[in-house]
Design a protein around this ligand. Structure first.
Ligand code: GLC
Ligand code: MG
Length: 538
């Protein structure tokens, strides 16, 4: 591999600092469909993000993670990629992307792309070639094609389910019109899984990595289903499919976490090491921390999403345990921990913690907890506005999960409703169109960016202040925490730098430990921390 020089216009140019920027960065996840629409088609786009970079600068985040904006038929809203080295016209074009990256860098904000190596779109040229080629051909071998079982090959090749519901196999029609082989898709049928045993697949991914890193100056990748890619060669049946969720599947699940996946990460890292300012963050739904930490060996991923905190309920013991697991998952690796309260695949935290004013109070407490912890913090767009999940009517649902589950699982649209920017009625400045791609609730006027910027007690103001203090205060530093004893229902830890974070998940006010309150999620009178709140003390 030929080493490639880094272009000189990125803020990441220059000598590599001893401490990588991502170790304790605040990442802001932009779901591009839902952030801001510039061209009035009701769907967010790159120019929309660019014209709102002022907002991200104001929020004080260090980096953006963009959900997929590559060419895609949008069966899974961009996670079905038909050209990994181009921008989908829905979002703009390469020039719009370059302009966004250039302006983000000028504002000191890094840009991380989504990379989807486990599967492509069924509209990718490779899949068309596979369909036009005979069984056993090199073209088919880029995917997992198999003959069916039973009379006439009518039954799928194995008993694996798709994560999105239904079988993980779809039968194709051969070029001569006869019913033919089946192909594997762990997600939707429009997302055929790639066969990573085929060298073409890795070579093409290398081109993609270099395209975005070298030609487009991005600062790294969030890697989709990073524990997926490798499949067992025999694709055998599996007993026990009780847990069929990406968020919760058994350690023995043959679709994920096969040992061969680590060689793929090492190959990716070899390329990344030529771009030492760029980060990789794997989406790794692996619960066991020893197996998780294997992905973070010095020659694999830089960071991994650890989801125990995302899955923890409003319960001090669960939260404490999740934090301990977050640290255990990186023990013995060069990686820092990562913390995520929500993303585009899970219900928003305000709703998860009970909804309404109480859910909001708890979500506000949790962001103080997240931002006090050592490591990289991820904020999903809209969390900083305290947006709840939205109950959408059946007829507007778009997530493939809804149809694939036989309309039993409503899917993830409820956490993807476009952001309210200003005004008093939908579409709240999100788009010039009369309607956004998913409808916003009528009652979001008090949640707009405009309204919250004007209110020092708003959730947006709390996020801004917390991120600002995290950058400024020497007490909010250090790689470790120590737990304090705390009353039942509460937790308290002290970070090496000196800040103490106290959270009250109980039902009674509790007395604060010694120290001055630096910030609290609810107003504090006297020395008592009310229920459903958190505070930082120095
Ligand atoms: C990841 C993404 C999710 C997507 C799936 C398939 O889990 O976060 O949104 O549907 O992969 O690509
Ligand atoms: Mg648009």
């Amino acid at each position: 591999m030929t080493p490639v020089a880094r272009p000189s216009d990125a803020p990441t140019d220059g000598p590599v600092p001893a401490r990588a920027w991502w170790r304790d960065a605040v990442f802001y996840q932009v779901y591009p469909r839902s952030f801001a629409d510039s061209d009035g088609d009701g769907v967010g786009d790159l120019a929309g993000i660019r014209s709102h970079l002022w907002y991200l600068e104001l929020l004080g985040v260090d980096a953006l993670w963009l959900n997929p904006v590559m060419r895609s038929p949008m069966a899974d809203h961009g996670y079905d990629v038909s050209d990994p080295r181009d921008i989908d016209p829905l979002f703009g074009d390469i020039a719009a992307f370059d302009a966004l990256v250039g302006e983000a860098h000028a504002r000191g904000i890094r840009v991380v792309m989504d990379l989807v190596p486990n599967h492509v779109s069924s509209e990718h040229p490779w899949f068309h070639e596979a369909l036009a080629s005979p069984p056993g051909s090199a073209e088919r071998n880029r995917f997992h094609f198999r003959d069916g079982r039973g009379p006439g090959g009518d039954e799928p090749p194995n008993n694996w389910p798709s994560i999105f519901g239904g079988p993980a196999w779809t039968r194709v029609t051969e070029p001569d019109g006869t019913p033919g082989q089946w192909y594997l898709h762990v997600f939707a049928s429009q997302q055929p899984d790639l066969n990573w045993a085929e060298p073409d697949v890795g070579e093409d991914l290398e081109k993609t990595l270099r395209f975005w890193l070298h030609d487009r100056h991005v600062d790294g990748f969030r890697i989709d289903v990073a524990h997926g890619m490798a499949k067992p060669a025999d694709l055998a049946d599996h007993d026990g499919w009780e847990e069929n969720e990406l968020l919760g599947h058994a350690a023995s699940d043959p679709r994920f976490d096969n040992p061969e996946v680590h060689a793929i990460h090492r190959a990716i890292r070899e390329v990344l090491d030529e771009y030492p300012h760029a980060v990789t963050i794997g989406e790794i739904w692996v619960s066991d921390h020893e197996r998780f930490s294997a992905y973070l060996r010095p020659d694999e991923l830089h960071l991994g999403f650890e989801f125990h905190l995302t899955l923890a309920g409003w319960d001090a013991n669960e939260i404490k345990e999740a934090i301990d697991k977050g640290f255990a998952a990186v023990a013995g690796t060069p990686a820092s921990p990562t913390w995520t309260l929500s993303n585009h695949d899970v219900d928003r935290e305000v709703s998860r913690y009970g909804g309404g004013a109480r859910g909001l109070a708890r979500a506000r407490a949790m962001i103080l907890l997240e931002l006090a912890l050592p490591g990289a913090a991820f904020v999903y767009n809209g969390a900083e506005l305290g947006l709840p999940n939205v109950d959408l009517p059946d007829e507007v649902l778009q997530d493939p999960v809804w149809e694939r589950s036989g309309r039993t699982d409503r899917g993830r649209d409820g956490c993807r409703v476009p952001l309210p920017w200003e005004g008093t009625a939908p579409p709240f400045g999100f788009t010039g169109a009369s309607q956004s791609w998913l409808p916003q609730p009528e009652n979001w006027a008090a949640l707009t960016v405009e309204a919250q910027l004007a209110d020092t007690g708003s959730t947006l103001s709390l996020y801004r202040r917390a991120i600002e203090l995290r950058h400024e205060r020497p007490e909010i530093s250090g790689d470790d925490i120590g737990w304090y004893g705390s009353p039942p229902g509460c937790l308290a830890f002290r970070r090496t730098g000196g800040v103490t974070c106290v959270l009250n998940a109980g039902t009674e006010p509790v007395v604060l430990p010694p120290g001055t309150v630096l910030l609290s999620s609810t107003p504090i009178a006297g020395r008592h921390l009310p229920p459903d709140s958190a505070a930082w003390l120095v």
